[in-house]
Design a protein around this ligand. Structure first.
Ligand code: AMP
Length: 501
């Protein structure tokens, strides 16, 4: 089924209810249905047919949401592009995905125009955060009858809905092909698992070009007929100001760290809130504890990725265990295996592999890569290293590619980071491997210290030495103001490896 049809069956009957607030403007579910139909009819009018791609590098706005849903309704595939991507990256995505329509910000029209000049078949439009641009004029010209008469195009579960390019810190970025079936199954599971209803009001401060903001913080809410308060950027004060009328927040760990910096974060300020969810990067146990103390709420941490939507989640009722991402969500299967593919018992780190209706159908035009990333018995290799605890909760202990091999021994950065983070005065840390003549790779620590606190390299090394095997002890310690992070709050280890290598 077309995922939009699935969502609209969910929000049926809520026509007059507010779906989205974007600044001063509020849009009802009726508005959503009409505006997304307008975009869908527009693309059909351009001659795009089922399976064609529409690429968009646009700012966050209500129009961006309607555009996305319009693309789905027309049976086309949406290709969201990170607003930080520069010319070289954009050129690669356009060349690889060959979209037939491309939407960019007015300021980028020159670059996109040049990149597309040899492509006969692609049409370029502009859309700014204000709603202005050539797309608005073009879409406004769609005849009213085409909008009211528009019927969502039928799609099968296995049909392509989006191509999401992975962050790709090494090698070529890969386009994950996400289907309508993937989207529907994940939306239904999350709505039920997190008890989302039409009474919920979500503060949405995440970017719309990534699964977290585009899937998790949109689809289950649509399905429930809930309300979204859209904030175009994350500003802790503006987010806090909504807590008296909101019920849910979804955020990356950085959101919670920044909220903790606000003196007005109190249990009273959060008393109307029902649920705080964190994901996309590991939530530090200190943040989990401090947030519980300051807000009276226990953050629910979950784990997912572009290729699979949400995979595991801490429970809604029952214990939310800090430092874990919970068991597999209903319908999903997760296993942790050794190098031979043998499932591992609790407390032993290994490769996280997954299976289920949420798992994507492969990488765009990369059959070889797709084959490599799936096992013979059909499990997807996530590239994450995880371990089960004794209660069946998964902990993500690192990325396979971040694994350090020093003197022939495997070092999981997370294990060292946990010791470092517990040293008095340490705010946070990142451990990477940098090339070393003797050891192959040398364990290198990068640490952020509380301001006004002094800590020496020798003290840090002595502390780790007292707790871990010698080969895991950092050879060098660097003290920095901040760790480099991407838009989703993930520490950019590749940047650190380059800087200190
Ligand atoms: P992306 O495809 O950009 O969403 O990135 C997915 C990756 O983010 C996963 O493979 C994990 O490495 C990481 N990730 C997502 N959620 C968590 C979490 N709760 N804890 C640790 N890592 C996470």
């Amino acid at each position: 089924m077309n995922s939009y049809t699935f969502f609209s069956d969910g929000f049926a009957g809520q026509d007059a209810k507010v779906f989205l607030e974007d600044g001063e403007r509020a849009y009802t579910y009726d508005d959503l249905d009409r505006e997304s139909a307008r975009y869908a009819a527009f693309f059909q009018g351009l001659g795009l047919v089922a399976g064609d791609r529409v690429a968009a590098q646009v700012d966050k706005s209500a129009d961006a949401v309607f555009l996305y849903l319009g693309v789905l309704r027309a049976g086309l595939a949406y290709l969201p592009l990170n607003t930080d991507y520069q010319r070289g990256e954009i050129g690669y995505f356009l060349g690889d995905a060959e979209p037939r329509a491309v939407i960019c910000r007015r300021s980028a029209a020159g670059v996109f125009g040049e990149l597309l000049k040899d492509t006969r078949d692609a049409k370029l439009f502009t859309l700014d955060a204000s709603g202005e641009g050539t797309l608005r004029e073009a879409v406004a010209a769609v005849p009213a009858a085409a909008v009211t008469g528009f019927r969502t195009v039928d799609r099968a579960d296995d049909d392509l809905a989006l191509i999401i390019y992975t962050s790709g810190t090494t090698g070529r970025s890969k386009g994950a092909m996400v289907t309508h079936g993937n989207i529907c199954s994940n939306a239904a599971v999350l709505k039920d698992f997190w008890r989302i209803t039409a009474n919920d009001v979500l503060v949405h401060a995440l970017p719309l070009f990534h699964v977290h903001g585009l899937f998790v913080a949109l689809h289950p809410l649509l399905l429930a007929g809930a309300t979204i308060l859209m904030q175009r950027k994350f500003d802790p004060r503006a987010v806090l100001a909504e807590f008296d009328r909101a019920t849910m927040l979804m955020g990356v760990p950085t959101f919670y760290v920044r909220l903790l910096g606000e003196p007005s974060l109190t249990p009273e300020a959060c008393s109307h809130m029902r649920l705080f969810i964190s994901g996309s990067a590991p939530l530090l146990t200190e943040t989990f504890d401090a947030f519980r103390e300051r807000s009276g709420h226990t953050i629910l941490e979950r784990y997912g990725m572009s290729e699979a939507g949400m995979i595991t989640s801490n429970p809604y009722e029952g214990e939310r265990r800090r430092g874990t991402v919970g068991p597999a969500l209903p319908g999903n299967s997760v296993r942790v295996v050794d190098l031979e593919g043998k499932p591992l018992p609790p407390m032993q780190p290994g490769d996280v592999q997954i299976k289920g209706p949420n798992v994507f159908k492969g990488y765009w035009q990369m059959p070889e890569k797709t084959r490599e990333e799936f096992t013979a018995d059909g499990w997807f290799r996530t590239g994450d290293i995880g371990q089960w605890d004794e209660k069946g909760y998964l902990a993500i202990v690192g990325r396979a590619k971040d694994l350090i091999i020093s003197g022939g021994f495997n070092v999981y950065p997370k294990e060292v980071e946990m010791i470092l983070d517990n040293i008095l005065g340490v705010v946070e840390s990142a451990v990477v491997g940098v090339p070393h003549a003797d050891f192959g790779e040398a364990v290198t620590a990068v640490i952020v210290v509380t301001s006004g606190f002094s800590l020496t390299e020798a003290e840090v090394i002595a502390k780790v030495k007292s707790e871990l095997a010698g080969y895991k002890v950092p050879k060098v310690v660097h003290f920095v103001q901040d760790l480099p992070r991407n838009a989703m709050g993930k520490v950019q280890k590749a940047v650190l490896r380059k800087q200190y290598g």
